[in-house]
Design a binder for this molecule. Structure first.
Ligand code: MF3
Ligand code: CO
Length: 248
């Protein structure tokens, strides 16, 4: 069942989303070569708690840290570690979730550390645009396939691989709710979108093929061909007035 949210509930999710946006801003401002991914985790965890909220990923399915930090060919679910140093020229995806007053928000951004090749820079831009194009389809009387198709078209027309094994999701009183939100699909198919639905839309896009595999740590998902990957995610409410991004 897809849980519809009231206006008041959406406002609670916006409050969680604003803390999350500030968390990712803080990461962006502090991200520099020589830092460890563990330090980023500590920074985010501390900030979220200072704001009176709870890091949503910590303990989720026994996940051991408060954020995910995925570098270069790592797509998502990279586990922060004191032995993992960030270097100049890397592409770093940071994914985080916040729980506040019974409601979740989920968001991710991918950052360039120092100078990165133009082709990687373009990957980040196109993935960000794919998310925006998906968001603009998240309106009442559209179908979920319209969102998925917009994301897929944006990424594939640039020649990139859209990850299929991992999907976006409904979000609210739980981090992951129905429906699943694939990043590929056909227009005018799937669930009819209604006012009160809240979706985490999260394209994961690879410079190479769409295939991925999970590393032996059981969490880190990497591209099968070793190509660079990008991930952008927002929590988006479908309202009378159109899509509203709650994680800005
Ligand atoms: N970021 C994932 C998502 O967007 C969830 C990560 S859960 C964790 O759905 F346990 F891996 F942290
Ligand atoms: Co998500």
């Amino acid at each position: 069942m897809i849980e519809l949210k009231t206006g008041r509930e959406i406002e609670k999710m916006r409050a969680a989303g604003q803390i999350l946006a500030k968390t990712l801003d803080l990461i962006e401002q502090n991200l520099k070569p020589g830092m460890t991914t563990e330090e980023l985790d500590k920074l985010a965890d501390g900030f979220i708690r200072t704001e009176g909220a709870t890091p949503a990923f910590l303990g989720y399915n026994n996940y051991p840290k408060s954020i995910c930090v995925s570098i270069d060919d790592e797509v998502i679910h990279g586990i922060p570690s004191p032995s993992r140093e960030i270097r100049d020229g890397q592409v770093v995806s940071v994914d985080a979730g916040v729980l506040l007053d019974g409601f979740y928000a989920d968001s991710a951004r991918t950052f360039a550390v120092g100078e990165i090749p133009n082709e990687s820079r373009k990957l980040l831009e196109v993935t960000r645009t794919a998310l925006q194009n998906g968001i603009s389809q998240a309106r009442r009387d559209s179908r979920l396939g319209d969102v998925s198709y917009a994301v897929q078209q944006t990424a594939e027309s640039a020649g990139y691989g859209v990850v299929r094994d991992l999907v976006g999701h409904g979000i609210g009183r739980k981090l992951h709710e129905e429906p699943q939100v694939p990043n590929y699909g056909s227009p005018s198919t799937g669930v009819l979108l209604k006012v009160g639905m809240v979706l985490a839309i999260e394209p994961m896009v690879n410079l190479g093929g769409f295939q991925v595999r999970t590393k032996p740590d059981g969490w880190t998902v990497v591209t099968a061909d070793g190509s660079i990957s990008a991930h952008f995610e927002h929590t988006v409410a479908i309202t009378e007035g159109g899509p509203v991004v709650l994680t800005i």
